[in-house]
Design a protein around this ligand. Structure first.
Ligand code: SF4
Length: 381
């Protein structure tokens, strides 16, 4: 990984969804026109509270950003660019979309508004799994969304898939991967299903734990994804992300390089000047604060230097390039192998971590157990 520090990314959270998926733990609300209009007014006001900034990327995430009409998306992007792209520094503008809610004409409007990258929440091409996940699209809709995005000239098209869905088999997972590959998209993200407390899935898992995959089953699915996507010409550049050459998500690469970012909207996180902050996840509290011109309720944490290094190691380990030991010495003044010797020793001897040619990387098996290995660096004192 080139270790130049990137310009900050700007993330905007658009939290409304046409319906709520039973596994979802994001800050999201069922779509109601009155709230969604009030919310965009709040976002516009929040943009104005920030000093102009030269950003590198803009990312509209959710929720489901395309619950908003394309004209609203265009207006939002125009306001963001006026504030954060005055010197034409933004070179990637992404939007997440739900494949059921877009019309072909939307992509032309997105393209005109400067969108360069589309991230489609597909999750599965298998009708039974789509139902289990509480989603409502069809595989045919996904194909027409990809075709329309291409026709409109959107540069990068990405698909999100989920593995370890109850009822999934190696065969059905491989068919979903093959369908995504067949669509000739530029980028595929594969996420293992995580069951979050308080979601309907948590209740289901408590009642029927056997419906859910164990670690070994999940590892088998992850391995299948690695094999198929690498064979299809995708570079595995981050634990959950695969890209054709030139199509990495620059916005996310900035996160993994421990770069700065500014988050706007309810529940959005920022990392600037060594401080991490997260806006309230209470939609009404967010909008009331903006309308009352008071500070948005947020949690703030200034990272102690050593904790900041642990987190930077965790982020770098998620990438194919891993931890560049020379760069860490220069940027943080720390010899990672010396400072974290017990952790490096333990995970190297278990075959999860490898140190080679000035870098420290997760092995293939280590990638599957990344949370354990990365967590050890963050908590080491
Ligand atoms: S569409 Fe995404 S954000 Fe909305 S409920 Fe489903 S998983 Fe959550």
């Amino acid at each position: 990984m080139s270790e130049r520090l990137s310009l900050p990314g700007v993330y905007v959270h658009l939290p409304f969804c046409p319906y709520i998926c039973p596994y979802c733990d994001f800050a999201k609300w069922p779509l109601r026109r009155s709230s969604s209009e009030r919310y965009t007014r709040a976002l516009y006001a929040e943009i104005e509270t920030h000093a102009p900034l030269d950003a590198g990327t803009i990312f509209l995430g959710g929720g489901t950003p395309n619950t908003y009409d394309a004209s609203v998306v265009a207006e939002l992007l125009a306001r963001l660019r006026e504030r954060f792209d005055r010197n034409a520094t933004v070179d990637e503008v992404s939007i997440e979309v739900n494949p059921e809610l877009v019309a072909p004409s939307d992509f032309v409007r997105y393209k005109d508004a400067g969108v360069t990258r589309l991230s489609i929440g597909v999750q599965s091409f298998d009708p039974a799994e789509i139902r289990t996940l509480g989603r409502r699209h069809t595989p045919e809709q996904v194909a027409s969304v990809v075709a329309a995005a291409r026709a409109a000239g959107i540069e990068s098209v990405s698909i999100d898939l989920i593995f370890a869905v109850p009822g999934q088999t190696i065969g059905s997972w491989e068919r979903s991967l093959a369908a995504a590959i067949q669509l000739d998209v530029d980028h595929i993200s594969t996420y293992g299903l995580t069951v979050e407390e308080g979601t309907p899935y948590a209740g289901w898992q408590a009642r029927e734990p056997r419906a859910f995959f164990d670690d070994a089953g999940e590892a088998e699915l992850y391995d299948a994804a690695l094999a198929m996507l690498e064979a299809a010409g995708f570079e595995h550049y981050e634990i959950s992300n695969f890209a054709k050459p030139g199509h990495r998500s620059r916005h996310n690469v900035n996160y993994w390089r421990n770069g700065e970012y500014l988050g706007l909207g309810v529940g959005a996180a920022s990392y600037r000047g060594g401080e991490r902050s997260v806006h309230t996840r209470d939609l009404t509290a967010y909008m009331n604060a903006i309308e009352g011109k008071s500070a948005i309720p947020s949690e703030r944490e200034r990272l102690e230097p050593l904790k900041a290094v642990g987190e930077a190691i965790m982020l770098a380990l998620r990438t194919a390039q891993g931890v560049d030991l020379t760069y860490f010495k220069e940027r943080y003044g720390i010899d990672v192998l010396e400072r974290y010797a017990p952790v490096v020793r333990e995970y190297s001897s278990e075959g999860l971590l490898a140190v080679e040619a000035g870098t420290m990387v997760l092995t293939r098996r280590g990638k599957f157990l990344a949370n354990d290995v990365c967590g050890a660096f963050v908590t080491f004192e």
